[in-house]
Design a protein around this ligand. Structure first.
Ligand SMILES: [Zn+2]
Length: 319
């Protein structure tokens, strides 16, 4: 019986492969630059090289691998293994990546949205273990989301469920990358947090953070040092996220709302603001039950989750 899975996390900058064992543990890794400008066929070649590499590291035969799970940025058609469009990767339009990678590796390949894969990874091996209803929000350039209900990933008929970043929090508000206005992503992503900070500074707010190019980490560090503007901006980001966590809990009775991505290094400063806003807006019963937690697995969540989602797609509970 095959006893290994392969998880792949394909991003615009890096691609990573992992050999995953039956206990959802990563036992071998491979990482390289995506070099997106070379187009999808060249990237599939590099993915296949990564698969060979992790197998070689542990002297595992490909017959001992049940399936490959591939996490990629959306929008995508997971049922048919097709990336519909990848904003930061030229040439990825209606690209049948699962079939292409199967042809190169001889292994079955299932495609999953990267935020969903991260959510599933936390659900099976991280901060979501043991619950049935869980929401994950990934905080980075954008805000990604995953919704797990009754122990199952919510995909929806068009595979677009869980786009929490594009739920509107301000009617007619800031313009979002999706073309809409007022989306959560336009207020509470790392990029949006930096933008709100630099706008306020330009308007004359006093702050000790004076360097021209500011990162989200700078804002959190400055806030921890007591700077009023930085504290205000972090609290505002937390308020939007907490509001959304409450909305999700009211809608889904989610037991846990987990936040992942570099911004969670903001620690208590961010999480206290999220919890406060969530407590204000959550319907009392789920509000009492809902836990707001940082993710535990970091970037491994996407690898473990991609492998796990492929296992589920095959109809298996375990290897
Ligand atoms: Zn949007």
């Amino acid at each position: 019986m095959p006893s290994f899975l392969i998880g792949i996390d394909l991003g615009g900058t890096n691609l990573r492969c992992a050999l995953v064992d039956e206990n959802q543990k990563i036992i071998a890794r491979y990482e390289t630059d995506t070099r997106a400008e070379q187009g999808p066929d060249a990237i599939v070649e590099r993915l296949a090289t990564g698969v060979e590499d992790v197998l070689r590291q542990k002297v595992v035969d490909r017959n001992d691998v049940l399936v490959i799970g591939l996490a990629a940025p959306g929008p995508l058609d997971g049922r048919n293994g097709i990336v519909l469009k990848a904003p930061n990767m030229p040439g990825w339009e209606n690209y049948p990546v699962a079939e292409k990678l199967r042809a190169k590796t001889g292994l079955r390949v299932f495609l999953e949205n990267d935020a969903n894969a991260a959510g599933w990874g936390e659900y099976v091996a991280g901060a979501g273990r043991g619950c049935e209803n869980m929401v994950l929000m990934t905080l980075g350039t954008g805000v990604g989301g995953a919704i797990i209900i009754n122990g199952q990933m919510l995909h929806g008929p068009d595979w677009t469920a869980g786009e929490i970043g594009h739920v509107v929090v301000v009617d007619g508000g800031r313009v979002c990358g999706c073309g809409g206005k007022g989306c959560l992503e336009a207020y509470a992503s790392a990029t949006a947090t930096v933008r709100r900070f630099t706008e306020a500074r330009k308007q004359g707010w006093q702050t000790s953070l004076n360097k021209e190019i500011v990162t989200c980490a700078d804002i959190f560090d400055t806030a921890k040092g007591g700077d009023n503007l930085a504290k205000h901006i972090v609290a505002e980001t937390g308020r939007y996220l907490g509001l959304m966590a409450a909305n999700m809990a009211n809608l889904l009775n989610s037991e846990r709302c987990i936040f992942s991505g570099g911004m969670i290094k903001g620690g208590d400063l961010l999480f206290d603001a999220i919890r406060k806003a969530c407590a204000e807006h959550a319907f009392p019963a789920p509000g009492k039950r809902l836990e707001i937690l940082p993710a535990q697995l970091g970037s491994d969540a996407g690898l473990i989750g991609a492998a796990g989602c492929a296992l589920v797609a095959l109809g298996c509970k375990s290897i």
